[in-house]
Ligand binder design. Structure first.
Ligand SMILES: Nc1ncnc2c1ncn2[C@@H]1O[C@H](COP(=O)(O)OP(=O)(O)O)[C@@H](O)[C@H]1O
Ligand SMILES: [Mg+2]
Length: 274
């Protein structure tokens, strides 16, 4: 391929991404300083709450090493279909569409580039070549940490806001300080910090138990001058529903954790539109 042809191709891809982004009003990048803090769980449930409110929402799983949103949503056997208009995202429900790296790993009909090792190119195509339609929100589950991969994702997908997920432990809080610094460096509007696994609701007595020190995320937010969006308690049902592919919010709408997710969405909407 000549250099000119390649340049033209890049320009064309950028044009398609811009065209797609113009149809997506709010774009949230969900980050965490490290893995295992519940970034995917939070991304999935926030997207479900948006959808439940009647908003059109997309969920983009670009966690390259552990794309697990399709399993969490119970759609791992579905496929992204290829049509002349583009590649179709998988419908989770009438308001929620999902695109995940995991769909690509077993799809023989997709262009080679999607299956190949060019991960970043593929991520760009998640936007440029996917027919998302008009969306109110897109929630992007980025790779964990503040290394090269989340950096590339942040650069490829111009977000309107960043959300940082942390747990109340000191190590995780240190990491989320790093994540805030990362977002600041990238000029991303920080929507706020979410404290996940914050206390636990006892399945027997219903009272809240503090497993780890609670409130660290809130303190960090205050210290760094960024909004605090809310606390989600540990709930054993979150683990089992995720493993069974039954979206938690949908099956346990009255639980403390579900209420927390709903409150957080209200806070996100407030901060994003401020
Ligand atoms: N609030 C919570 N209560 C109980 N389990 C949780 C909660 N948040 C996450 N988990 C569980 O913790 C594990 C890691 O969560 P995950 O969302 O995959 O983290 P990450 O994407 O940050 O690596 C999963 O098994 C998930 O079900
Ligand atoms: Mg994850």
């Amino acid at each position: 391929m000549t250099a000119n042809k390649r340049e033209e191709e890049i320009k064309e891809e950028e044009r398609k991404v811009t065209e797609t982004l113009a149809k997506i009003k709010n774009r949230l990048l969900v980050f965490s300083g490290k893995g295992g803090v519940g970034k995917s769980t939070v991304s999935a449930n926030l997207a479900l709450v948006f959808a439940k409110k009647g908003l059109k929402v997309g969920l983009l799983d670009v966690d390259i090493h552990g794309p697990n949103l399709a399993k969490m949503m119970g759609v791992e056997d579905k496929k992204m279909e290829v049509s002349p208009e583009g590649i179709k995202a998988v419908n989770v429900n009438e308001n929620l569409k999902l695109v995940s790296m995991s769909f690509l790993l077993q799809e023989p009909n997709l262009p080679v580039i999607w299956r190949g090792p060019m991960k970043m190119k593929a991520i760009q195509q998640f936007l440029g070549d996917v027919d998302w339609g008009e969306l109110d929100w897109i929630v992007i589950d980025s790779p964990p940490g503040t290394g090269d991969e989340p950096l590339s994702v942040a650069q490829l997908i111009p977000a309107t806001g960043a959300i940082i997920v942390t747990t109340p432990q000191e190590v995780s809080l240190m990491d989320s300080r790093k994540a805030v610094a990362f977002a600041v460096k990238l000029n991303l509007k920080i929507i706020g910090i979410i404290e996940n696994m914050s206390g636990m609701v006892c399945p027997h007595c219903g009272k809240k138990i503090n497993l780890f020190k609670e409130g660290g995320g809130e303190k960090t937010a205050l210290e760094l001058g960024v909004p605090f969006l809310g606390k989600i308690p540990l709930d054993p049902q979150i683990v089992s529903s995720g493993d069974e592919g039954k979206p938690f919010i949908a099956t346990q709408p009255d639980s403390e954790a579900s209420k927390a997710f709903m409150e957080i969405v209200e806070n996100i909407i407030k901060v994003q539109s401020a």
